[in-house]
Design a binder for this molecule. Structure first.
Ligand SMILES: [Zn+2]
Ligand SMILES: [Zn+2]
Length: 289
């Protein structure tokens, strides 16, 4: 089965994410490298990175994704905020390399009404300023599709394709992280096989066939095209179990690492969503309640 995991907590240290994922039987994990709502520019300590790598190895985790801070806005028209975003992004790249992560996932931010051409140019500036420091090794920078609310950039595959191309032209390993909830909210229907085929073709034609690196698997509380980013438990949302089954029936999506970012009040929420995801990935019908 393809690597499967959750976004795990780093309370108590970065290695706690690997331990928490292991306890849930995960073969993939996503974590923040710092509090996602702080401008903390500290690098991951050598010891923290060593503990994480050891815990990952012990747990047999195959895929590690670091998610960048929510404060980063690489499309920001505000020069000061843009500058701080680039600085913080560089420390995220460092952290991804120090943890020997497979992926660094980032959102493309919001242009706050300045338009898509402006956002693309801002992102090109940001990427150019960090291209020389891009870590060698396995790390791939993945740009995540957005739900499309609040002038966010990256809701359409052509936008993501242009950014991926820009990063690659600068010599960076780059690709796409597809969030199912965001795609649905951005207006890509996902209820049946035909919808999924259309989405897969859109990705192949506009973002590149081999660009897709990681799936964020989430159901959506909000309707298709609502541009509203509200994650829901698998099978309980507007995509639904049929849509999620159809999604993994498509060859483009059936071999990639999968991370759940479903709502959680307690660890039991993760357990429940993981068991549904495992059934879907095995393509077995779910047990009838
Ligand atoms: Zn996501
Ligand atoms: Zn989201």
């Amino acid at each position: 089965m393809q690597p499967l995991g959750v976004h795990a907590s780093i309370a108590g240290g970065l290695h706690m994410a690997a331990l928490g994922a292991a306890e849930l039987g995960c073969t993939a994990v996503q974590l923040f490298s710092r509090s996602p709502r702080s401008w903390d520019l500290r690098k991951a300590g050598k010891n923290d990175a060593a503990l994480f790598k050891a815990a990952r190895k012990d747990a047999g985790i195959k895929a590690v994704s670091v998610h960048t801070s929510y404060l980063i806005n690489l499309s920001s028209p505000d020069d000061r905020l843009f500058g701080r975003s680039v600085e913080l992004f560089k420390t995220e790249l460092d952290a991804g390399a120090a943890l020997e992560a497979d992926f660094l996932v980032t959102h493309l931010g919001s242009h706050l009404g300045m338009g898509e051409a402006f956002a693309l140019e801002r992102i090109r500036q940001a990427l150019s300023s960090m291209a020389d420091d891009f870590p060698a090794g396995r790390l791939t920078l993945l740009f995540e599709n957005s739900a499309g609310g609040g002038n966010t950039f990256g809701r359409r595959m052509e936008e993501l394709g242009m950014v991926i191309e820009t990063a690659r032209a600068l010599g960076m390993n780059a690709g796409l992280c597809l969030d199912t909830c965001h795609a649905f909210a951005a207006g890509y229907p996902m209820r049946r096989a035909g919808d999924i085929k259309a989405l897969a073709n859109e990705i192949k034609n506009k973002a590149g066939r081999e660009s897709l690196g990681l799936i964020h698997l989430n159901d959506s509380k909000a309707a298709c095209g609502s541009n509203t980013d509200r994650h829901e438990h698998l099978g309980k949302g507007a995509i639904g179990l049929d849509g999620l089954h159809a999604f993994f029936d498509n060859a483009l999506f059936s071999g990639l690492p999968v991370i759940l970012e479903t709502p959680k009040k307690t660890v039991d929420d993760d357990r429940r969503n993981l068991s549904i995801a495992r059934e879907i990935l095995k393509q077995r019908p779910l047990p009838q309640k």
